[in-house]
Ligand binder design. Structure first.
Ligand code: AMP
Length: 415
């Protein structure tokens, strides 16, 4: 089968790498670090299957356009992608489907928003309704900061139109979990669970990012938790979408918090997570192309299978990320990193340098994935490989999967 992957980040590099185990793959537009990258637009590529990576083209209706042209497409249409395009609508779908989620309100005016903040219990969450590249969420214990964010979001100053409608939520606490479900419109099968790290600094310090690392499997997410999420959240959501006439064929990415009162849905994304994809897909032992083509055709049958090992990915970010990013710094050491056993380097924000090498071209530059028999060995390999990579101002977290490794080595009593 010839597969066309749409997108240009580390997620698309991982998708292409794992699809290529069984199929021919092109990536559009890709980047200079992803083999098989082409400039041709997706609509002009003749492929047996199109797989759309990022949310923006999904929200903009690329899947609809390709389907209208007779293509087999993995990725929801604009109607389903609205789950990610509008957090206010997503929250309404959750409530209608009876899926447990944080108490919330949707606002376009400051006065009622401030009044809602006053009803919350000391942990305030302010979100843009629209897409904000993973950065439109503030979680704070400081009421003044939350009020300031409300003002900035609503004025359009912080996130343009994406923030002129905002969602306020009660803050939840507990470990987070991502479950990526592959859906064929009616049925869904889960991929291996993963956990990602949103904050830029060690110990969850600093601002939110698009994701600084991830690991899989997740010790706190046994089969019972996965089944509960599939039965109590994903299945009713798919059914609610169907009842609205939405034929959802793609990834439904459930971002959950395992609160003391049980799992609660923080959000849905409508595509593979980045960097979760860089740990989940390398562990796949079945044929990814076959799975995605079956879902795209509305005919999911056999669930995917995964190895018994583990994967840890560490994102190496450019100077200044997630604020003012400096680009153009020459990247050293990718080959040495990939020479470490069990390691793959996935290229995200990279560009071609003047001397033919790669330079930084975005905030999250590389995702360095280590695989091993368990989380400890996967983590060791990932960090060993990261040690070979450098550019001026490069930074990464040092604690990706460290708590999970401690959990699995001390009987699972810690978080
Ligand atoms: P979202 O884009 O909605 O997933 O939010 C990004 C991140 O913000 C999540 O991964 C959580 O770490 C955090 N977050 C979102 N909603 C809440 C909430 N209600 N309570 C606590 N943290 C939250």
């Amino acid at each position: 089968m010839k597969v066309c992957v749409v997108g240009s980040g580390g997620r698309e590099h991982a998708l292409a790498t794992v699809l290529r185990r069984h199929h021919e793959v092109v990536v559009t537009p890709g980047n200079p670090g992803i083999p098989g990258s082409v400039d041709t637009p997706a609509t002009a590529i003749d492929a047996d299957l199109h797989v759309i990576g990022p949310e923006a083209p999904l929200v903009a209706g690329l899947a609809d356009e390709l389907r209208a042209a007779g293509r087999l497409v993995f990725g929801p249409g604009a109607d389903g992608a609205r789950l990610e395009g509008s957090k206010a609508w997503m929250k309404q779908v959750l409530v209608d489907a009876g899926v447990p989620t944080a108490r919330h309100g949707t606002f376009t005016e400051a006065a009622p928003a401030f009044a809602f903040l006053d009803t919350l219990d000391g942990l305030y969450v302010v979100k843009t309704d629209g897409l904000a590249a993973g950065k439109g969420v503030l979680v704070t214990t400081d009421l003044a900061e939350a009020r300031e964010a409300v003002t900035e979001y609503l004025s359009g100053e912080a996130f343009g139109d994406a923030g002129r409608t905002l969602v306020l939520e009660e803050g939840l606490t507990g470990p987070e979990l991502s479950i990526l479900a592959v859906c064929d419109g009616a049925r869904a099968v889960p991929l291996a669970p993963a956990q990602d790290f949103k904050r830029v600094g060690d110990g969850d310090a600093g601002p939110n990012t698009g994701g600084m690392g991830a690991y899989s499997p997740v010790p706190v997410a046994g089969d019972d938790v996965v089944s509960m999420v599939m039965d109590d959240a994903v299945a009713p959501t798919l059914a609610a979408l169907r009842s609205m006439g939405i034929d959802y064929r793609g990834v439904l990415y459930a971002g959950l918090m395992l609160t003391p009162a049980g799992p609660k849905m923080l959000e849905y994304n409508v595509r593979f997570g980045d960097p979760e994809t860089q740990v989940v897909l390398p562990r796949l032992t079945s044929d990814l192309g076959q799975l995605l083509a079956a879902a795209a055709a509305g005919a999911l049958d056999a669930p995917p299978t995964f190895d018994d090992g583990a994967a840890v990915t560490v994102v190496c970010a450019a100077d200044g990320y997630p604020r003012d990013v400096r680009t153009g710094d020459p990247i050293e050491g990718i080959a040495a990193a990939e020479a470490v056993e069990g390691v793959s380097v996935f290229c995200a924000g990279v560009g071609a340098g003047p001397d033919g090498g790669l330079v930084t071209a975005g905030g999250r530059v590389l995702a360095v994935t280590g695989q091993g028999t368990d989380l400890a060995s996967a983590r060791e390999r990932a960090y060993n490989a990261v040690g070979h990579i450098s550019w001026p101002g490069m930074h990464h977290r040092n604690d990706i999967a460290s708590a999970a490794v401690a959990d699995t080595t001390d009987g699972g009593n810690r978080r």
